[in-house]
Design a protein around this ligand. Structure first.
Ligand SMILES: NC(=O)c1ccc[n+]([C@@H]2O[C@H](COP(=O)([O-])OP(=O)(O)OC[C@H]3O[C@@H](n4cnc5c(N)ncnc54)[C@H](OP(=O)(O)O)[C@@H]3O)[C@@H](O)[C@H]2O)c1
Length: 326
């Protein structure tokens, strides 16, 4: 009931504020920015003065169309936007992208981890079902690989930099039956096609993102890193997210209820420029909000710890030493 009331309030009554923070001189990476919320957030950051916005996309052609669209609607100089290849379903692609960013960018002020998928199809990519690889493992890998660059920028330019992930209010309704698996077997349970509840999978992936953000923030206190790590939730918005299951009901609900993409994208821009008080926090509609559902209480802490311990092993297997944050 509380979830429903909050949903009605979000979709019909309140709106996230138009962002006004300056991005002057800043370099930003936005993953999944060829369409939807990532595209609109990139446009807003260009309007707010960003010096360089890297559109990190798996399809360069679509990325170039998006970049030209932003150029035309903002009249920014063409070189403000660059399109770089990033496929979150491949760890090698994530590593190559991070290496390029580390070597080619003079600075990195905000990393917006927005790319994500919602699917009802069980498909394996790398060592996990695709939503887990894309929405959770690759997101964590990219955050960790680029954290040193963000930290270095903060130090060199005496500023604070940002890692912002696009989470979702739907984490609250995740049932996450796989959590009943024995210790060390959470991800193995998520990989069991025969028992997979794909209607719950997207919600689970967004719950795991909350755990990752909280964990990374606690491992990297602001006092030592000056990298603000937070996550946002944009509300139910028009985008291509439901492209794989665009049933009549989904299409009608979208038409009647969804927010304009530009409105939801404001939350991403807020997260990528928010103050130190947002470190480790969940920010639906640009407000620090206590998380609910399976994150609550000692059971929530235990589930977060179990998730992190298993994820850490996966990440270390991909690249040794990557989880050593300071
Ligand atoms: N729309 C909503 O109501 C809503 C609500 C809460 C949270 N969110 C979250 O917002 C984020 C953006 O979604 P959206 O609503 O804007 O949906 P969207 O229009 O489908 O955009 C998703 C973006 O992610 C990219 N992407 C997907 N898989 C990728 C991969 N393996 N590698 C690189 N990029 C990949 C897509 O690229 P392609 O175009 O090449 O597939 C696209 O650019 C997602 O994390 C989503 O979960 C959305």
């Amino acid at each position: 009931m509380a979830f429903l009331l909050a949903f009605i309030n979000r979709q019909f009554i309140t709106e996230p504020p138009v962002p006004t923070a300056s991005f002057k001189g800043k370099t930003v990476i936005v993953t999944g920015s060829n369409v939807g919320l990532g595209l609109e957030a990139s446009r807003q950051m260009v309007r707010l003065g960003a010096a360089q916005v890297i559109l990190a996309c798996r399809n360069i052609e679509k990325g170039n169309i998006a970049a030209n669209d932003i150029r035309e609607t903002t009249s920014c100089s063409p070189e403000t936007l660059q399109v770089w290849k990033l496929d979150m379903s491949s760890y090698v692609s994530v590593q190559a992208f991070a290496e390029k960013a580390k070597t080619e960018l003079p600075r990195l002020d905000s990393l917006v981890l927005n790319a994500g998928l919602a699917t009802r199809e069980f498909r394996m990519t790398e060592d996990n079902e695709e939503s887990i690889t894309t929405n959770v493992v690759s997101l964590s890998l990219l955050a960790l690989l680029l954290h040193p660059k963000l930290r270095e920028t903060a130090e060199t330019f005496s500023t604070q930099t940002h890692i912002t992930a696009t989470a979702s209010e739907l984490y609250e309704v995740a049932t996450f039956k796989e959590r009943e698996a024995p210790d060390g077997k959470l991800f193995a349970a998520l990989n069991d096609k025969s028992s997979a509840n794909m209607a719950d999978r997207y919600n689970v992936s967004k719950l795991l993102i909350l755990f990752v953000i909280k964990q990374l923030a606690s491992l990297s206190p602001l006092s030592s890193s000056n990298v603000i790590i937070n996550c946002v939730a944009p509300g139910f918005c028009h985008s291509q997210l439901h492209r794989e299951h665009a049933t009549l009901v989904v299409r009608m609900a979208t038409k009647m209820v969804a927010r304009p993409t530009e409105v939801g994208a404001r939350t991403l821009v807020y997260g990528a420029s928010a103050g130190p008080e947002t470190h480790g926090q969940y920010l639906p509609d640009c407000k620090i909000t206590v998380t609910k559902g399976l994150t609550q209480g000692s059971a929530g802490v235990e589930l977060q710890n179990r998730t992190w311990e298993e994820l850490k092993q996966k990440l270390e297997a991909i690249q040794r030493g990557v989880t050593a944050l300071s």
